[in-house]
Design a binder for this molecule. Structure first.
Ligand SMILES: [Zn+2]
Length: 316
């Protein structure tokens, strides 16, 4: 039933519609502090549903075939941002089980024991004792923590503000908050270089996502170019092959990156790039700004309906 609907809404060829899914983490067990990240069970049924209803391609092939007008019916790509170790340990075995390709965008500064600024903050809010967490010294307010919900509200408020701090300052503030909460500086959250090589060897597509994951719009052009180039070169030196796809950090067009960065990405030799604008892509889409959306529904029925709504609603 669903398959026919998906084929109808998303035909092959010149009028094809490409759905690109964004994931970040797949948790080995549900984590109350991370209610929007799928657990292994949740991810399993999502991939099963995607595999039954879509023809999934690696992103570079999907981008190429979109432009050529040769996509199959119900075309989709699955992407993961940032380079979390659970992508290799938890998500990949499920994708492999269903025979589904996926593309992984790696922020290279955090490989081998690093931690992104957002995770520094989340782990601090996990660890601090109940009571008041005063972050006025960083201009990040004061937070009353007494249960999981208040910890989530607290870190979401801090992340929302900190996201647009100057990016070196952002990392320093996040590290200082987590240091005060006695979160160790190094962790196992992100992939190692060895895991990245194994993921590629197993058949995954690997893309670039800058070196330190800055909001490109907040950088000078020289800094932005250096960040994009460094991320590409580092993945290429780890894997010994050319990297052809890129994901803009945070990815909102016009706010997080602009046409200047899109030109840099093309000049650096990428063949495709993805934003986080929540639409499907059609043949007129810019291959260097392909839209994507995050599937966050809690039940298979709602998820299927959302995928169809995406295809129905957001033409253009
Ligand atoms: Zn990212």
């Amino acid at each position: 039933m669903a398959s026919l609907l998906f084929r109808t809404f998303s035909p092959a060829g010149a009028s094809a519609r490409l759905s690109i899914f964004i994931f970040h983490r797949v948790l080995p067990a549900a984590d109350p502090l991370l209610p929007f990240e799928p657990s292994v069970e949740h991810f399993d049924w999502m991939v099963r549903l995607i595999s039954r209803n879509f023809n999934v391609l690696p992103l570079s092939a999907a981008a190429r075939r979109l432009q050529a007008g040769t996509l199959p019916t119900a075309a989709a790509a699955i992407t993961f941002d940032d380079g979390y170790a659970d992508n290799f340990e938890v998500a990949w075995p499920i994708l492999a089980h269903y025979g589904i390709p996926a593309t992984f965008f790696i922020a290279t500064a955090f490989l081998d024991g690093g931690r992104m600024w957002n995770d520094e903050v989340i782990e601090a809010f996990r660890k601090v004792p109940e009571g008041e967490l005063n972050l006025h010294q960083f201009d990040l307010g004061s937070h009353q923590l007494h249960d999981t919900a208040s910890r989530i509200r607290g870190y979401e408020a801090v992340l929302g503000k900190l996201k647009y701090f100057e990016h070196v300052h952002r990392a320093e503030v996040a590290r200082e908050i987590s240091r005060q909460a006695t979160v160790p500086a190094r962790g196992e959250l992100m992939m190692s270089r060895s895991q990245l090589r194994q993921l590629r060897a197993a058949g995954a597509e690997i893309g670039a996502h800058t070196h330190t994951h800055p909001i490109l719009e907040g950088l000078t052009d020289e800094q932005a170019l250096a960040e994009i180039a460094a991320g590409k070169l580092e993945v290429e030196s780890i894997l010994g092959e050319t990297v052809t796809v890129f994901a803009y950090p945070n990815g909102v067009p016009g706010r997080d990156y602009s046409v200047r960065h899109r030109k840099m990405v093309e000049k650096l030799g990428f063949v495709g790039a993805v934003s986080t604008e929540p639409r499907f892509a059609n043949v007129k889409a810019d291959p260097f700004q392909l839209p994507r959306f995050t599937p966050w529904d809690r039940t298979p029925q709602r998820f299927a309906v959302r995928c169809l709504m995406q295809l129905w609603n957001s033409g253009g």
